[in-house]
Design a protein around this ligand. Sequence first.
Ligand code: ATP
Length: 261
Amino acid sequence: MTATELSIDGVTLTAGARHLVRDVSLTARPGETIGLVGPNGSGKSSLLRTVYRVLRPDTGRVRVDGGDAWSLPVRQLARTVAAVVQDSAADFDLAVREVVAMGRTPHKRLLSGDTPEDTGFIDSALLAVDAVHLADRPFDRLSGGERQRVLIARALAQRPTLLVLDEPTNHLDIRHQLSVLGTLRRLPTTVLLALHDLNLAAYYCDRLYVLHDGAVTASGPPAEVLTPHLLAEVYGVAAEVATHPCTGAPQVTFLPEGPRV
Ligand SMILES: Nc1ncnc2c1ncn2[C@@H]1O[C@H](COP(=O)(O)OP(=O)(O)OP(=O)(O)O)[C@@H](O)[C@H]1O
């Protein structure tokens, strides 16, 4: 598995008269983990959709390894990019292992069975998200967090060179948030993910892009981006930012308004 270079150049996306994404440029070098952060409605999911080819940009380009993502044959795109989307329709009448095996589809010929290599990738994806014990369970009877882990396993089994994830830690308990983000971080794959938790983003991402009202307001290494000034401007909250003595990562402490009653 190699890693893809992603380049988003001047992407604008509108829905009617509404601008969802405004002239956004972003690069992810091969193997980087890039975090997209920003308030609700700031355009994170919309921007990710232009990468995994659900929303076509009105202007600008999305390039993977130099080629226009929107011109790639579907099968080639599916071998390159895997996506884990928010609250995806999850009514598969399948066992967990079959859902994860769907990740191998772009690599197979029509109706061909699983090769030993496919089986190995499926097993290691299940292991990576702590879902081996769920393999034979019906997917539609899992809890929200279990489903989310299985959908991440499906994306891992796809062995993409670019992994795009929209809030992958949604529904996960803290142990699984840490282990999933640790797994993503260790992959040789390029990873672009939207996250709300700024402390997790600071720890696990090489660089962050902050979206506000559809546009990038700051980008760079977490320690440069996550400042009290930026957090006040973008989120409208007071915060202190320190360097954590154990992890060395920036640690944000929010200062709620008014007295605690
Ligand atoms: N198809 C659409 N038509 C019109 N407006 C849309 C459409 N999709 C999204 N929006 C609006 O675009 C804005 C950006 O939405 P988006 O889902 O990209 O934000 P987000 O940063 O991912 O938000 P959240 O953190 O809440 O998930 C929001 O105001 C949303 O209501």
